[in-house]
Design a protein around this ligand. Structure first.
Ligand code: GLO
Ligand code: MG
Length: 346
């Protein structure tokens, strides 16, 4: 038997938030995100996830050399803290040119903006030493179905992925599916869509998938099955573990906070599938509650990590021989009771 996986953890600066929501402004003082780097190691995290403008704020207004200088200075800050940049994702949902999507916009000039911005994002990734970029396709979808030709939109997405692969010979692209929010209907809602796009790419081995628990739940699917599907295709490069209380707005609750059993099932699948053995990070895309006091707020990150590790212990002490017996006898009543008792420690 191989040694147990030593998990490494990551999060993005946006996970330490000021508490603004669509109904109210910030409730905590802004904590400069470069000061957040010093918080990672003490909290037990080694990886930093970035949007391109988390590394280089206001990058659209800067020259290539200004972008490069800023990215280099962030790279130096990461090194000082002993941190690794896990990925840099193009933020294609803030700029005016992206109101109707990026790669799937109906406007050719806006599609060009999306591609130019993506290439700049890849340049930044290279400078901070990230081997991948993440496509969370926020506005690639529609508010009303008739707004875009969906077939053409899929072709455009595929072409954008190929252009990114051609632009950089080593960068990996990890697609993060999500079914809705901010659009009503997104073009890449599930793991299946992401895996299909990955397989059809010009260099398929460099296109992988990042599964977020809450996004799977918003699609009405089980996060552990979504992860298992991607693992079966050898394409699970990242996870955004969190939780979600049913079909609501995107909640980014603490991992296990809404459904402990479903969290256990995710950990089981990751353990069994060898996730983390090639250095993959366990990413936590969690947000604290608006009610939380203080600045910076970090308890949600610490607690979600701890909960993950506690569930790893539960997964490692889950008696797989008994599970196999229950399966062989098709006694799923007994299997369920055993599983719940194991989780409760009774
Ligand atoms: C939003 C997404 C978002 C992404 C991030 C990195 O729903 O989960 O937080 O994970 O932009 O791609
Ligand atoms: Mg996410």
């Amino acid at each position: 038997m191989s040694a147990p996986t030593q998990y490494r953890f990551s999060f993005g600066p946006w996970n330490i938030s000021e508490g603004a929501d669509p109904f109210g402004p910030q409730v905590r003082a802004t904590y400069p995100h470069e000061a957040k780097f010093a918080l990672y190691k003490p909290l037990g995290f080694d990886g930093v996830q970035f949007h391109d403008d988390d590394v280089v704020p206001d990058l659209d207004g800067l020259s290539a050399s200004q972008v490069e200088a800023k990215a280099k200075s962030v790279d130096a800050m990461l090194r000082n803290q002993g941190l690794v940049a896990e990925f840099v994702a193009p933020r294609l949902w803030f700029a005016e040119q992206t109101v109707d999507g990026g790669y799937t916009s109906n406007s050719a000039t806006d599609r060009q903006y999306a591609m130019d911005r993506t290439k700049r994002c890849i340049d930044i990734a290279r400078i901070v030493g990230a081997r991948s970029t993440v496509l969370w396709l926020a506005r690639e979808g529609t508010y009303i179905r008739e707004a875009k030709n969906a077939r053409v939109a899929y072709e455009r997405l595929q072409k954008a992925i190929d252009e990114m692969l051609a632009y950089d010979p080593t960068i990996e692209i990890w697609i993060e599916p999500k079914p809705n929010e901010p659009t009503d209907l997104a073009y890449v809602p599930t793991a299946g869509h992401a895996v299909a796009l990955a397989h059809a790419a010009r260099d398929a081995k460099r296109v992988k998938v990042l599964i977020e628990s809450a996004h799977a739940i918003l699609a009405g699917l089980d996060p552990s099955d979504e992860m298992a599907f991607v693992l079966a295709h050898g394409k699970l490069a990242g996870v955004h573990l969190n939780d979600q209380n049913g079909l609501k707005y995107d909640q980014d609750k603490n991992f296990g906070g809404a459904n402990l059993r479903a969290a256990f099932d995710q950990v089981l699948v990751l353990e069994e599938g060898g996730f983390g053995r090639n250095g993959e990070f366990v990413g936590l895309d969690v947000k604290t509650m608006r009610t939380q006091r203080g600045s910076p707020v970090t308890a949600h990150l610490k607690n979600s990590r701890e909960l993950f590790l506690a569930l790893v212990e539960k997964a490692r002490t889950y008696d797989l021989r008994r599970v196999e017996e229950f399966r062989a006898n098709r006694d799923y009543e007994a299997l369920e009771l055993y599983t719940l008792r194991h989780l409760m420690g009774i």
